[in-house]
Design a protein around this ligand. Sequence first.
Ligand SMILES: [Zn+2]
Length: 299
Amino acid sequence: MTMELPVVNHEDYFAKIGDDHKFPINKFGELANYLIKNKVVTKFYKPYACSFETLKYAHSENYISNIKNKSLDKEGIKKIGFPLVDSVVKRSFIATGGTVLAAKLAIHCGIACNTAGGSHHANFFGGSGYCVFNDIAVATKYLLNRGLARRVLLLDLDVHQGNGSADIFKDDKNVFTFSMHSKSNYPAKKSKSDLDVELKDNMEDKEYIEILKINLKILNQEKFDFIFYIAGVDVHYNDRLGTLKISDEGIKLRDELIIQNFFNNKIPLCGVLGGGYNKDFNKLVELHSILHKTCAKYI
Ligand SMILES: [Zn+2]
């Protein structure tokens, strides 16, 4: 009997940010429908809202309270880019709980995914760039603090730099932050990850995959016992924000390389969405599903 890939989803991943908002918030619900319809999974694991105690591992008490009570100042809200309304508050706590749950499932099953997550721009003091809480940082601290992992790799292939994660873990030897991103994309002022790979505009599949392979070799020389994979699809050529030119096939090959590599090395992997702002909404959902489809092949 083959095991079904554990995938975490909650209907509250959707939030009311306004129909004309630049962020494609509908993708979370549509991705869940797509995964069921295409028989990638038959059910979802439902997360709880992340607790205050667990969030405190990666965020200041003051910031968490300001989100919970919707009392964050205008400047802070503007940096995040979402209106601070009830559904956004709810989604921020539940999506973070989702990545914590997916990480626990990955420990038990070898691979697991969230249908949200990868809020890598949020740091200890606040959010930015459509990221409220850094779910990956919270889940990483959760695993370390509970002795469920000893050395964690944050493998961030979103087109934007994982600056929030780099900041949170800059002095933490138990967490290795890797970010491969477009040099010209947000944030303009990059933080320092343990390993940053900056890509030039308009890069295509062949060069992208070659660079990835070289860096996988480097990463394989380090010892990790848990991987968070931020599988951003904003590297796609038709993305509204990303400046790279990666095709559907390039993203498939990328995910295959990553997931196969760590599966062969028997290291538990938790996959989270990361960004995606494709001009074609149906294509966006399909691109995000590549992560789950590829993970489902290896479990
Ligand atoms: Zn991104």
